[in-house]
Design a protein around this ligand. Sequence first.
Ligand code: PLP
Length: 386
Amino acid sequence: MIYFDHNATSPLHPAARDAWLAASEKLIGNPASQHRSGQRSENALEEARSTLARFLVCDPQEIIWTSGATEASNTVFHHLALSAGDTDELWISAIEHAAVLQSAEFHFPKSRRSIPVDENGVVSLNWIVDELKKQRPKLVAIMAANNETGIVQPWREVSELCRERGVSFFCDATQWLGKLPANGLGECDYVIGSAHKFGGPPGVGFLKLPANKKIRPLIIGGKQQESRRAGTENVPGVLAMMAALVIRETGLAKNQHAERQAWRDQFERSLNSALPAVRVLGSNQPRLWNTSMVILPDTKCAFRWVVKLDKQGFAVSTGSACASGTEQPSHVLDAMDLSPSEITNTVRFSAGWETSEGDWKRLLECIVSVALSSAFVRSCKRTFRK
Ligand code: PLP
């Protein structure tokens, strides 16, 4: 199987596996215990905190470990809701991941505003500039890069604008981390990230807090992490996450992502010339180097593509949930004003660091041969009509 679904989850990197095994075997003490074994675990967590803080450029004490980005996001909105007044607003981009959108909806059911995106899938800076002149919300939330399209968002500019106006800024960096340098994210008040998107294990992530380092915990029942997140820390998970991030940051510092981006770009050019009806979303925008989201022609349901490519040995994903029979269109593509038929024909290819140029070429050949098979197109139309 050639795996093109790294934005969903990325396989464990061998260095992360080694770190996980070593920590499980050697760091047996509870980090809260006072004996030397416990202190060794606590020291390892502190070292991991310092490494992450160095990458993000922030104070290590601003970081708390979580079970992933969803918990980190819930923690932020839970915290803010407890101190929000009736008129305090939350401004949140229309293309956030459900982990952010739904926890914001839950905690701020009445006072949310959706920040629009343009047809290129980029959050509207003009909207933010104009609205900030009139009002100061409690928080502005913009993701660093979108999980479906890979389109990079103007988080640095929005962070700066928010700082000038004294407004808190939240950045979901889950898809950015490990694919682009973490440097500078530490300037955002809140940042969330997740290990399994860059070669760490699932079930571990982090939340970076504002400089005052305070948060009302979502999970209570212990004094761990300075009472900011109860529960024994996942020491092997954290160390494995950081082992993977160190490898990714090293690759980024050596600009090793540039050639990978060139392979993806070549794939898109060749796909367009073989199948001119194909449209690549965000092709003229800065995007994550690993992601290609395309509207494929004539099949009426992207899920059929997923099944067909799966049978040919490629793991890819759709931009809509037509597979489930519920026909729920992707809110991201909807926000970009794609038509319902475009949304149902959208397929995402997301590579990893280990994906080769040959893998992209094989994917191209497979898509083209499937697209040119008229039997496939006919069967898709039949399925759609049912
Ligand atoms: N945010 C984004 C952009 C994501 O892509 C994901 C995972 O799909 C999440 C948040 C949730 O991450 P986790 O699986 O760590 O809860």
